[in-house]
Design a protein around this ligand. Structure first.
Ligand SMILES: *Cc1c(COP(=O)(O)O)cnc(C)c1O
Length: 374
């Protein structure tokens, strides 16, 4: 099946009793163990709605199996702690989502896990960071906030040649634009709070992989307990039916907006993988099916005033919703990093990161234009 069909039909539950068209919601946390021989319990990640929505996302990511979580961070930390042991070493990309960066730098050491942060998107630099005890290479592409691209195939080949597992946070791309398992990556994680949910009103996460690795991570998941309730599973399943449509519109809008920004004198750098002169453009073309709804740009006037003048585009953290939002990373996600470190990473004070919604591109362009020249 194609993605649009999978979005609607994969992983649905039959309503055998009333033959309704949508999956019934089963909120039970207790199930009769005499009548049903499988032991269902939410924290065992095996209730009907958890399974149904997991199966839909598995179809979209071409994954054998996966686990639904109560947040993206639960998916990320449980996957890491499910595979790692004291004495292991992990190679992380330095341009990580802020929450992941914080979790790595505050949690790993106390469990005796060593790590290296690589400030590069070149696979050779990841190879150089590998040690005899390296167990995992963890990446994000496109990266936050400059939308840098890393070569999935090269990272997967490097890792497999050394018996190392690979994890990618695929939140920014969504399963519509990028399927990393097809390129040899072992585990995909998503913050479902973003594109999968898509309406800025639910918090959830998911990990996807082979059956074997999923079962290994499941053992730790049951102990850590970051499970997702039936109501949110239902809302997520409902949202996923329009994922392909939403992301297609977001891709188109982001391309138009980045081309508009590129043509403006009062705008500095524009960072979007769909622009031909983006350093990762050719690579993105090879490994992505669409360039995504995230972009960033530098404004030559006061970024705070610019954001205040916007009428349609809302200043808001988070991303991936149907509405367009904007943040100033130096004041939000990257505010705890020193100005010198930000400058070194190419994140200037005047950089703005936009999550493009599904509105009409013309209206979004008009809003940006009036804010640039007001
Ligand atoms: C939001 C986000 C996360 C964390 O997800 P939560 O649902 O907030 O726990 C992880 N990675 C990326 C890229 C994100 O944008």
């Amino acid at each position: 099946m194609h993605k649009k069909t999978q979005c609607v039909h994969s992983g649905s539950l039959e309503d055998e009793r009333y033959h309704g068209t949508v999956s019934p919601v089963y909120p039970s946390t207790a199930y009769d163990y005499v009548e049903v021989d499988t032991f269902a319990y939410p924290r065992y990640f095996n209730t009907p709605n958890q399974q149904a929505v997991k199966d839909k996302i598995c179809a979209l990511e071409n994954a054998e199996d996966g686990i639904m979580f109560s947040s993206g961070m639960a998916a990320i930390t449980t996957s890491l702690f499910g595979l790692l042991e004291k004495g292991d070493h992990v190679v992380f990309q330095n341009d990580l989502y802020g929450g992941t960066h914080h979790a790595v730098t505050t949690q790993m050491e106390k469990f005796g896990i060593d790590y290296t942060l690589v400030e590069s998107m070149e696979w050779e630099d990841y190879e150089a960071a590998v040690r005899p005890n390296t167990k995992i290479i963890y990446i994000e592409t496109p990266s936050n906030p400059l939308l840098k691209i890393i070569d999935l195939q090269a990272i997967a080949t490097l890792a497999r040649s050394k018996g190392i597992m690979t994890i990618i946070d695929n939140t920014f791309a969504s399963p519509i634009n990028q399927n990393p398992l097809d390129h040899g990556i072992d585990i995909v994680v998503h913050s479902g709070t973003k594109y999968l949910g898509g309406h800025s009103d639910i918090c959830c996460g998911v990990m996807l992989s082979s059956r074997e690795l999923t079962q290994r991570i499941l053992k730790t998941s049951i102990n850590l307990g970051g499970s997702l309730n039936a109501q949110v599973c239902h809302l997520l399943e409902r949202s996923l039916k329009t994922l392909a449509l939403r992301v297609k519109q977001q891709n188109e809008n982001a391309q138009k907006i980045s081309e508009f920004l590129r043509s403006e004198d009062n705008i500095g750098g524009v960072f979007y993988p769909g622009l031909a002169d983006h350093p990762g453009h050719e690579l993105a073309k090879r490994q992505m099916m669409g360039f995504g709804g995230m972009l960033s740009f530098e404004i030559k006037s006061d970024p705070g005033q610019f954001v205040k003048r916007l009428k349609l585009v809302k200043p808001a953290m988070s991303l991936g919703g149907v509405e367009s939002t904007i943040t100033c990373p130096a004041q939000t996600s990257h505010s705890k990093i020193s100005a010198a470190a930000r400058e070194k990473a190419g994140i200037r004070d005047e950089l703005l990161r936009m999550s493009v919604g599904i509105e009409d591109a013309e209206d979004l362009v008009s809003d940006l234009q009036q804010a640039i020249y007001a």
